[in-house]
Design a binder for this molecule. Structure first.
Ligand code: ADP
Length: 183
C-alpha cells in the first residue's frame, strides 16, 4: 500500500512528481491546490470562499481544506493508495490528518520533503505564469511557507522517518530518486 505525503515549498515540483508517481503506481493524486482551483473555476461555494486567499498567496482557512480532504479520502479510489500534494500545510492540518488517517484506517504513510533553494523556486514560479504567480504573490507564498508549513519538517521528523530529496535536479532524476526511496 503506497501512501505518500509530499512536503516542500511552492515551486519545489510536488505537483509534477505527485502526478507522475500516482500515474505510475495507479493511485490517487490528491492536490488541494488543484481541487481549490477547480472549485474556483466552477464558482462553487468553496471556490468563492477560497478565491481571496489564493489570489493573495495566503492559506485558505484550515477548516475548509480539512473538510475537502476528509471528503476526498473517503472516496473508494483512495483504498489502493494515494499521494497528498499540498496538504498538510499547517501543524493544525497535520494533527487533523493524523486523526483522520487513524479513523479511516489509512495510516502508515511516508513523508517526503522536496528541497530546492529559494532563488530557484522564484525563477521556476515566475516561469510557470499561473494567475497567483506574480512576483509579489510568490514572495508572500514563500513567507507563508516558511512560517506555517516549514514547521511540519520538525513535526514529521519527530514522529517518523522523513525522507529528503534534492528537488534541484531534472524532473526525471527526481522521479527516479523517489522511486528508489518509496517503492
Ligand atoms: P503551489 O504549487 O504554489 O505549492 P498549490 O497549488 O499547492 O500551490 O496551492 C495554491 C494555493 O491554494 C495556495 O497558495 C493556498 O492559497 C491554497 N491552498 C492549497 N492547499 C492548501 C492547504 N492545505 N491549506 C490552505 N491553503 C491551501
Amino acid at each position: 500500500m503506497t501512501r505518500v505525503i509530499f512536503l516542500g515549498p511552492p515551486g519545489a515540483g510536488k505537483g509534477t512528481q505527485a502526478k507522475t508517481l500516482a500515474d505510475n503506481w495507479n493511485i490517487a493524486h490528491i492536490s488541494t491546490g488543484d481541487i481549490l482551483r477547480q472549485a474556483l473555476k466552477e464558482q462553487t461555494p468553496l471556490g468563492v470562499k477560497a478565491q481571496g486567499y489564493m489570489d493573495k498567496g495566503e492559506l485558505v482557512p484550515d477548516q475548509l481544506v480539512q473538510e475537502m480532504v476528509q471528503e476526498r479520502l473517503s472516496q473508494p479510489d483512495t483504498q489502493s493508495g494515494w499521494i497528498l500534494d499540498g496538504f498538510p500545510r499547517t501543524v493544525n492540518q497535520a494533527v487533523f490528518l493524523e486523526e483522520l488517517l487513524q479513523k479511516l484506517n489509512q495510516h502508515g504513510e511516508k513523508v517526503v520533503n522536496l528541497e530546492v533553494p529559494d532563488e530557484i523556486l522564484i525563477a521556476r514560479l515566475l516561469q510557470r505564469g499561473r494567475k497567483d504567480d506574480t512576483e509579489e504573490v510568490i514572495r508572500r507564498r514563500l513567507e507563508v511557507y516558511r512560517s506555517e508549513t516549514a514547521p511540519l519538517i520538525d513535526f514529521y521528523s519527530s514522529r517518523q522517518t522523513l525522507l529528503s530529496v534534492n528537488g534541484d535536479q531534472s524532473p526525471e532524476e527526481v522521479t527516479s530518486e523517489l522511486h528508489k526511496l518509496i517503492a
